[in-house]
Design a binder for this molecule. Structure first.
Ligand code: G4P
Length: 527
């Protein structure tokens, strides 16, 4: 097959949601409809449930599950679908943001009872920043949820995106009768069915037909006619190009647990969702059709077996063809690398991979040479954009009480921060190490893994900073003066970029006003 047709048939996306909206359930149902799994229950939730009984090992086990389900690929109607999994817990939001840098579109799941929630807002903000195309699936219609018009209104207002329903629910909760597919003009009648794919579809070419009364009863038939008439006059016809620009989100209604509304979603998704797109590098735009291979690492996962220190680095292919045993160029380390056992992921099975194309994700075994954001090419130096670190909000200083273990501790901390578990900042002079995260849970993971994998322990002393911001300036002298003046509040990130630690929001504001020649960044990406 030519590279062009390989690219055209790929759909690489993530399902995102506030925890509990139904991301795991929908993922599983998509795999079921796609024929990748045969029974429900095969996909484990990667939710991290921190209960009284769940210790750190439990957290790790739960995180471990997500290795197997990190990427789920399957073939559907001639398309190659790659679903990239994202952690649900907000303490791992950075993992999710990085994964979003490796997809071409997303499906956002919203609970019809709860509507837009905190993580829905945060995740959508990242999608809006990158103009990632979004399809919205409103889930749990079998529950007594909110009015669909009210939900659409809330989505537009809170998520700053235009919406266009492509299906419409008939009744809700106990009265939920099914959905009318506005696009295909057919009616799907609802039945509670958790384990089977049911196909109760009635084609309705004319909504005025009496058949509607027979199927839904007079009340719901009348309501549906009224709703569809209103929707068709209120909304413009669905414009695919506006969706692809990230401006307009098509909306579907359903009940994932009951396999309902999933097929329309998947069928429309493969038809309209973008194939692998060009990607911005600091040097130039990289087109997927280019002959030369390029890709970047967006996620690194440690091996849970302490006897095998290797890790899996997840590489999103951006251009060309990836081949097993080929020599590639590691842009940051400026050295040649070769992979003898790259892994592909189909549903939740891993297997050896011979070749892969743009949009695919390849698992590369790594003994510590990769950092998040690293680029592989056939020789060109490239640095892909869009894999930033975010300003952390919780800070702890690393204190080593065992001088004999200093080396292990150092190595452990560097490797864990390379994996993106947390960010490491080093203060000069004295090499004081500060770890920054967005959530407390990461510190539990760090402590546990340092002990388990590196036999190192340390104390983590809380530092009371409000935020860490990257600082840049065109005026190099002004930057140098600021750094020397604010020495005790300055540290350097993994790429030696200076970072300013502000104790309070007030201090940050006043410093910003006092030093107008400097820029303060809340995201580590500033080209
Ligand atoms: P998440 O990955 O977004 O966190 O959500 P997940 O799929 O785990 O779903 C969260 C809960 O919502 C689960 O119930 C799941 O069964 C339920 N759910 C998902 N889709 C629907 C739906 O269409 N209708 C209804 N009524 N419920 C739905 P749970 O009790 O937390 O877990 P479980 O014991 O059912 O697995």
């Amino acid at each position: 097959m030519s590279s062009n047709s390989e690219i055209q048939k790929r759909r690489t996306f993530a399902i995102i949601s506030h925890p509990d909206a139904g991301k795991t359930t929908l993922t599983e149902k998509l795999l079921l409809f796609g024929g990748a799994i045969q029974t429900a229950g095969a996909v484990k939730s990667n939710k991290i449930v921190k209960t009284a009984t769940s210790d750190f090992l439990e957290i790790e086990k739960q995180r471990g599950i997500s290795v197997a389900t990190s990427v789920m690929g399957f073939d559907y109607k001639g398309y190659k679908v790659n679903i990239l999994d994202t952690p649900g817990h907000k303490d791992f939001a950075e993992d999710t943001y990085r994964t979003l840098s490796a997809v071409d579109s997303v499906i956002l799941v919203v609970d019809c009872v709860k509507g837009v929630e905190e993580q829905t807002r945060n995740l959508m903000q990242v999608c809006r920043m990158r103009n990632t195309p979004v399809i919205i699936y409103i889930n749990k219609l079998d529950r007594e949820g909110r009015e669909p018009y009210e939900l659409l209104d809330e989505l537009e207002k809170e998520l700053n995106i235009h919406v266009r329903p492509l299906s419409w629910p008939i009744g809700i909760g106990r009265d939920f009768k099914g959905v009318y597919n506005i696009y295909e003009k057919d009616l799907r009648l609802f039945s509670v069915n958790k384990s089977q794919i049911s196909e109760d579809v009635v084609s309705i070419s004319d909504l005025q037909s009496e058949q509607l009364e027979q199927l839904l009863g007079p009340k719901f038939a009348g309501q549906l006619r009224e709703d569809v008439e209103f929707l068709e006059s209120y909304y413009e016809p669905f414009d695919e190009s506006l969706y692809k620009e990230g401006y307009l989100a098509p909306v579907f209604f359903g009940s994932a647990i009951n396999n309902f509304g999933v097929r329309e979603l998947l069928d429309t998704f493969v038809r309209v969702a973008p194939h692998p797109q060009p990607r911005d590098a600091a040097q130039r735009v990289v087109e997927p059709e280019e002959k030369s291979f390029s890709g970047f690492i967006f996620k690194i996962h440690a091996n849970l077996d302490p006897n095998h220190r290797d890790r899996i680095a997840f590489c999103r292919i951006c251009s060309g063809k990836f081949e097993r045993n080929q020599q590639y160029y590691h842009s940051r380390l400026q050295k040649k690398v070769r992979f003898s056992s790259p892994t592909s992921f189909m549903a939740n099975e891993k297997s050896l991979l011979e070749e892969a194309w743009p949009g695919d994700v390849v698992g590369l075994y790594d003994t510590g040479s990769f950092k998040i954001g690293d680029t592989l090419t056939e020789g060109e130096t490239l640095q892909f954009k869009g894999i930033p670190s975010f300003s952390p909000e919780i800070f702890k200083e690393v204190i080593n009480r065992d001088p004999f273990k200093a080396k292990q501790l150092d190595k452990g901390i560097r490797q864990l921060t390379d994996e993106g578990v947390a960010q490491l900042f080093v203060q000069q002079p004295g090499s004081r190490k500060i770890i920054g995260t967005v959530g407390e849970l990461q510190f539990d993971v760090i402590k546990f893994r340092l002990k388990q994998e590196y036999s190192a322990t340390c104390e983590l002393n809380t530092l009371h900073y409000y935020k860490a911001c990257w600082i840049t300036s065109d005026d190099k002298e002004a930057l140098r003066r600021f750094i020397s003046l604010k020495g005790s509040n300055i540290a350097y990130d993994k790429d030696e970029n200076p970072v300013f630690f502000a104790e309070t929001s007030w201090i940050l504001r006043s410093v910003q006003e006092t030093y107008p020649a400097l820029q303060f960044h809340f995201i580590s990406e500033f080209y």
